[in-house]
Design a protein around this ligand. Structure first.
Ligand code: GUN
Length: 289
C-alpha cells in the first residue's frame, strides 16, 4: 500500500483564497483590513522563520500584520504593558506572541493577558475551555488545521473512529484531543508516561503524531489503512525537514498521510488567518462570550 497524500499546501491555498475574498469584501463595505500584531521576543532562528511565514501569509490575503520584534532581554513588565496597550487598541484585532519566549518570561502569565477575543492562537484558557465544552470560539491553529485538512480530503465524518494522539502538550496534543472529541472520535492521548505505546498506536484508525521527537513511533505499529497525521517538524543537520515519523515506511502502511513539509505547517498558518478574520468580524465577541 502507498498512502494518499493529505496535501496541506493545496488545502491551505484554497482556504487562503476564501479569506482573501472575505477581506476584500470587508473593504468593499468600507471596513478596514484586519490587523494582527505579531510579537517576537529574541532572535531564535526557527521562530524567525515561522514569524516571517506568518507575516508573508497575512500580506498575501490582505491582512495587515504589525511587527513587534523585541530584544531578548525585554523585561516581562514591558511585554505585559505592550499586550495591555494592544488589547485596548480597537485597531488591533489579533495578538500573536510567538513561542517559545525567553526563560525570564512567564509564558502562561503573558498568554493569560491577551484578551480572549484577540487570542488568534487559541491558547487562552478561556478559549481552550470553550473547546472542552463543545462551544468553540477561537480555536488552536494546529489542531483546528488538522481537522480542516481531513475535511478538505473528504473526511467530513470522523464519528466513531479511534483517534490516538501521541503527545500531550498544552498547545497541540491536548487541544487536538478536544478537537477529535468534538468530531465524535474515541480519543486516546498517549504521553511520556504511557506504557506499551505500541499497543495504543496499533489501535489507531487515525494516528496523530505530536511528539516533538523523531523515532518514538515505529512505522510497523501503524494499523494498515490508518489515517496518519504528522505534526512534528525537525530540521536535520543537512537542512532537510522531517516529521516525527519516518514518512517512507509510514506511507507503506497508511491509507492517508501528511507530508513534512507541506502537511500541517501550512494549515496552522491558514487557521491563524481564519482566526484573525473572525476576530476582526464584530460577531466573534458575541459568539465566544
Ligand atoms: N511556536 C511554534 N508554533 C507556534 C504557534 O502556533 N503559535 C505561537 N504563538 N508560537 C508558536
Amino acid at each position: 500500500m502507498t498512502a494518499h497524500i493529505l496535501d496541506g499546501k493545496a488545502a491551505s491555498a484554497q482556504i487562503r483564497e476564501t479569506i482573501a475574498a472575505a477581506v476584500q469584501h470587508r473593504q468593499q463595505q468600507g471596513k478596514r483590513a484586519p490587523n494582527l500584531a505579531v510579537i517576537l521576543v529574541g532572535n531564535d532562528p526557527a521562530s524567525q522563520v515561522y514569524v516571517n511565514a506568518k507575516r508573508k501569509a497575512c500580506q498575501e490575503v490582505g491582512i495587515q500584520s504589525l511587527a513587534y520584534d523585541l530584544p531578548i532581554n525585554m523585561p516581562q513588565t514591558e511585554l505585559l504593558a505592550l499586550i495591555k496597550t494592544l488589547g485596548l487598541d480597537d485597531q488591533t484585532d489579533g495578538i500573536l506572541v510567538q513561542l517559545p519566549l525567553p526563560e525570564h518570561i512567564d509564558t502562561d502569565l503573558i498568554l493569560d493577558q491577551i484578551p480572549v477575543h484577540k487570542d488568534v492562537d487559541g491558547f487562552h484558557p478561556y478559549n481552550l475551555g470553550r473547546l472542552a465544552q463543545r462551544r468553540p470560539g477561537l480555536r488552536c491553529c494546529t489542531p483546528y488545521g488538522v481537522i480542516q485538512l481531513l475535511q478538505y480530503a473528504g473526511m467530513t465524518d470522523l464519528s466513531g473512529m479511534h483517534a490516538v494522539v501521541v503527545g500531550a502538550s498544552n498547545h497541540v496534543g491536548r487541544p487536538m484531543g478536544l478537537e477529535l472529541l468534538l468530531a465524535k472520535c474515541t480519543v486516546t492521548i498517549a504521553h511520556r508516561f504511557t506504557k506499551n505505546l505500541d499497543q495504543h498506536v496499533k489501535q489507531a484508525d487515525l494516528l496523530i503524531a505530536a511528539v516533538g521527537k523523531r523515532d518514538i513511533i515505529n512505522s510497523e505499529w501503524i494499523k494498515p489503512g490508518a489515517i496518519v497525521v504528522d505534526i512534528g517538524i525537525h530540521r536535520l543537520p543537512n537542512g532537510q525537514l522531517k516529521g516525527d515519523l519516518d514518512f517512507e515506511t509510514a506511507s507503506q502502511r497508511a491509507a492517508w498521510i501528511t507530508p513534512v513539509p507541506g502537511g500541517i505547517g501550512p494549515m496552522t498558518i491558514a487557521m491563524l488567518l481564519k482566526n484573525t478574520l473572525l476576530a476582526a468580524e464584530s460577531g466573534v465577541v458575541n459568539s465566544i462570550g
